[in-house]
Design a protein around this ligand. Sequence first.
Ligand SMILES: Cc1cc2nc3c(=O)[nH]c(=O)nc-3n(C[C@H](O)[C@H](O)[C@H](O)COP(=O)(O)OP(=O)(O)OC[C@H]3O[C@@H](n4cnc5c(N)ncnc54)[C@H](O)[C@@H]3O)c2cc1C
Length: 486
Amino acid sequence: MDSYDVCVIGAGYGGATAAALLAHSGRRVALIEKTKVAGGKVQTVDRKGYRFEMFGAVGIPAHDSRFHELVEVLDIGDQVEFLIPEGDVASIRYKAPSGEWRTMYSPLQMTGAPEEMENLQRVFGASDEELEALAELYTTILSLEDEELEALDDVGMLEWMRPFGLPKGLESQICMNLNTLFVVPVDRLAASEAILTMRQQAMGGAGRYSVGGYGRLAEACADYVVQHGGAYLPKQRVHRIAIEDGRAIGVETDDGVLRAQAVISNAGIQPTVLKLAGSEHFPAEYIEFVKSLEPSWAIAGYRYVLDKRIFDAALIPIFSDQSWLDDERYEAMEQGSWPDVPLIAIDVPSEFDPSLSPVPGHQIANCQVFCSPDPESSMGEEAVRRAEQVLDELWPELRNHIIRKEPYGPKAISSLSRDSVLPGRGGEAVGIAQVVGQVGKSKPDARTPLTGLYLVGCDAGGRGAGTHQAVDSGFHVAAMVDADLG
Ligand SMILES: Cc1cc2nc3c(=O)[nH]c(=O)nc-3n(C[C@H](O)[C@H](O)[C@H](O)COP(=O)(O)OP(=O)(O)OC[C@H]3O[C@@H](n4cnc5c(N)ncnc54)[C@H](O)[C@@H]3O)c2cc1C
């Protein structure tokens, strides 16, 4: 029977980070991943020479991120090269209340330059006074002390923002950005999480990619584990967490049991506790807590390969004042009452790294819309259908240039990442929703009540948006496990 210091279930960004950092600390690690490639939801795949992510992937913040820190600690800068393009590589498409589409090109990092302010006035019709309200909002965001931020764990972001008196268009832009970052309703999005990420975005910009694909750093982490005495086992599903005398002692795969002093799971808190370990090993109140956790929404969309450059930017958010989502608007959508423009986010990886396409000039793009995390729900199909109508309006030539078009939604997300173990769960795009009541002290502890079992990834141990949160969690959980092992 193989024996390790630590078994890590799942090579998503949380699991891959924790595994590599523990290997860096001298621990013997087994990293077990059910799919072929490391990277979890943002793994990069190859389809006939075209490389792209299974789901959308752009890193925020662009500069000074946890990704940079990880590369530095592991000293693998020769294997992972970040791409942060300069110039106007984002292009907002805003449908004004008049019905007119307005376009705003901007850099990934706003500087507050006069031409940027003029653009905001032109696109959102903001007056000088209203721009001052925006400046006031950002000054407050940048100046809040840690304790003040912590006190906002229990405050919804919309409620926190409203007193600044932003005009409708600018409010729409910020709310759509927050929906895109956290995939939860802005009224219940914890202001502490939102402000932290808006601050990171203001200081570090909003778009990072890696040469060869966004999953590149996770792949390098898996290699690092192997180069430092451990094992990376792709295409191996963990069926059970092995438990003896009330503690986790390893994992069971098709090839038998791998023993370890600690088990770290990146498979999601609900699947880990309710399925892989089993409810009987935890106190009843913990099981109730785990079952009560609300997931983020899912994202449905299309991965496109195009035979020509159709999209003129790396990041293209498309919205109107009706598009951003709070609870009320999301529930209306669930009931069949949709906004004029469903909130659409298009990432164009080949604008970051043209070498993703084997044919020069071909474009790889990902069009994303929000929907229910329920793998059985058909809301995603409806969302994508409505999004396509908008794309037809904005890019009438798009349909004539599609070489490949892969649809996806909550079912695909669940099958690639976490199992659906409770009704309506599994397809969440991020993980446990970063809403009031589920962040800060109320967020699940990475150390579970079962001795030797830890959680990593977007459900526990980290802060920030998407993959940044997963890597942040990987840092904290690796340090926690290292200290516990002594
Ligand atoms: C469409 C879409 C677009 C997104 N866009 C962005 C974006 O632009 N930027 C961003 O930062 N974030 C984005 N996100 C969110 C981001 O992908 C996630 O927040 C992040 O990848 C989650 O990382 P994780 O480590 O928590 O887990 P995951 O990525 O979910 O990884 C979990 C891993 O565990 C493995 N696993 C599960 N069960 C088992 C088992 N039993 N045995 C073995 N292995 C197992 C899975 O195969 C998977 O590899 C997006 C998500 C989606 C769906």
